[in-house]
Design a protein around this ligand. Structure first.
Ligand SMILES: Cc1cc2nc3c(=O)[nH]c(=O)nc-3n(C[C@H](O)[C@H](O)[C@H](O)COP(=O)(O)OP(=O)(O)OC[C@H]3O[C@@H](n4cnc5c(N)ncnc54)[C@H](O)[C@@H]3O)c2cc1C
Length: 473
């Protein structure tokens, strides 16, 4: 058996970014005192940092403190695939959950984020490899062919069909010549970027704007009240408002437990091989995903690599986040194998690193935002593996909530509607595990041209039958 791919230090993206002074610095030392602020933000990922950015946009004099347990971007914000897209691809679910008018409003609002993120990078001198190359969904099994018809029907009914273009197998080959690809559909309004450069660039821009960021400062306890008190190992922050943006780590916080479950996602990245990308004709910067529920997501990088990931993986019953979400050898091997199967011409190009990260899954697969406590603690969670662009909208929403701005952002349906609750333990973790395993098995067998057993099919479809927007329909 070949060697397992090398585990990255957090992620290859972060290794690359932290080697550069503009993304490594300036210092953001741990909190060592008791202090006060207008707003304290928990979590230095995209949600926390975009919130700080939009707070300063709204009220430049606001005193904002960010507390991050690790380093900014140490979580999924510095480890993800860098797909920067809205919700066009899940238009059916968004419409079914929120209804026509709210769905359209959400789709249009989130649809602005990819372009705005690119514009922000440009304006702030953050070279995050932003590329507006579109999002290409491809069939890798006969069952996938034409599965986009219902998505397009919904788009037509909502009057937004111009966002999509159906591609024949020949068209797909013209954009990315994998022998495993059939037909597909491309969504033009989508980009990809270097996730760690974005989060570290945001961090730098915020420090320059006077936001106080403390890394290696986990919040051990958040005392609700007016004011709110964030307790950390060596200091406290007293603040009028708090914002919770701690992603998957909120899965076991009491108020969020019924609305979140945990999964893992794993990525490998190859050495640069631009000449092999040329052979594939994959030079347009398209982000590519297949149409499995346990999807593969893949994209190129500016220096000619393939970053190739797989979602829907779960090392165990997912009752806590541990080192297996950073790296799990069997998943690193599996993802590397799938990459070489999809792109046989990359055989011989080494995998340079592998890593993973936790995904916080909500029952609607869209995130949810709101306010709790005494009306001064706000949260944004549940991105379900699609948070790069949505956390930018999330930052706008949370900044509006924390400044009591009763505007379009605070009235969006992702604020006013809470996702369907998951069942309590002891059903929830085993239920999610078995459904997830069945979904993956169904996807693998379909792709291999094998029959899917009735039990596997039944269990894979169970989440949807129970009203969650997870897995095959
Ligand atoms: C492998 C992988 C691939 C992905 N690919 C994509 C993709 O291609 N496109 C896409 O749109 N989305 C993708 N995602 C999802 C996306 O990365 C997330 O939705 C997004 O980063 C969420 O940002 P966040 O700020 O809400 O959370 P996070 O990035 O998780 O940040 C939360 C932060 O809170 C900190 N924290 C936790 N507990 C505490 C505490 N008690 N006190 C202080 N700080 C705390 C953590 O250390 C962490 O840094 C992927 C995720 C993974 C794991």
């Amino acid at each position: 058996m070949s060697d397992a791919p090398r585990p990255a230090e957090r992620s290859w993206w972060l290794e690359e970014a932290l080697a550069l002074p503009e993304f490594a610095g300036p210092e953001a030392p741990p909190l060592q005192e008791d202090t006060a602020a207008d707003v304290v933000i928990l979590g230095g990922g995209y949600t926390g940092l975009w919130t700080a950015w939009f707070l300063k946009e709204r009220e430049p004099d606001l005193d904002v403190v960010v507390l991050e347990a690790d380093i900014c971007g140490g979580g999924p914000s510095g480890r993800n695939g860098g797909f920067c897209d809205g919700w066009w691809e899940k238009i059916r679910d968004v419409r079914d959950v929120y209804g026509d008018a709210d769905a359209l409003e959400l789709l249009m609002t989130i649809g602005r984020s990819p372009t705005e993120i690119g514009g922000w990078c440009e304006a702030n001198g953050v070279d995050a490899w932003f590329r507006h190359g579109g999002d290409l969904a491809v069939a890798t099994a006969p069952e996938h062919e034409g599965s986009w018809d219902r998505m397009l029907d919904t788009a037509r009914e909502l009057g937004v069909e111009s966002e999509y273009e159906v591609l024949s197998p020949e068209d797909v080959q013209g954009r990315c010549a994998s022998p495993r690809f059939g037909g597909g559909v491309i969504i033009a309004d989508a980009a990809n970027l270097h996730p760690a450069r974005l989060v570290r660039g945001l961090r730098r821009a915020l420090i320059e704007r006077g936001v106080r960021i403390h890394e290696r400062t986990p919040v051990r306890r958040l005392r609700l009240g007016r004011p709110v008190l964030a307790e950390t190992p060596a200091g406290t922050v007293t603040a009028a408002d708090a914002v919770i943006g701690i992603g998957a780590w909120a899965t076991w916080w009491k108020p969020f437990k019924p609305r979140l479950t945990l999964r893992g996602s794993y990525i490998v990245i190859t050495a640069p091989a631009p000449e092999r990308l040329e052979e594939l004709g994959w030079t347009g910067g398209e982000s590519v995903r297949d149409l499995r529920s346990s999807l593969h997501y893949l994209r190129t990088t500016r220096d000619g690599r393939i970053a190739f990931g797989m979602g829907g993986l779960q090392p165990d019953l997912a009752r806590r986040i541990d080192h297996r979400y950073d790296y799990e050898e069997r998943y690193a091997r599996r993802v590397a194998r799938d990459l070489y199967r999809m792109f046989p011409n990359f055989q011989g190009v080494p995998i340079e690193a592998a890593w993973g990260g936790p995904i916080n899954v909500s029952g609607f697969t869209t995130p949810f935002f709101g306010t709790m406590g005494r009306g001064n603690v706000h949260y944004g969670l549940g991105y379900t593996g699609n948070g790069v662009a949505p956390s930018h909208l999330g930052g706008k929403i949370l900044a509006a909530l924390a400044t009591r701005a009763d505007d379009g952002f605070t009235r969006l349906a992702v604020v006013t509607r809470s996702p369907k609750r998951f069942p309590p333990e002891p059903f929830r973790s085993p239920g999610a595990f078995f459904a997830n395993t069945a979904i993956r098995r169904k996807d693998d067998r379909e792709e291999a041209g094998k029959r899917v057993g009735a039990l596997t099919r039944f269990v894979a479809r169970l989440p949807r039958r129970l009203g969650y927007r997870i897995g095959p329909g």
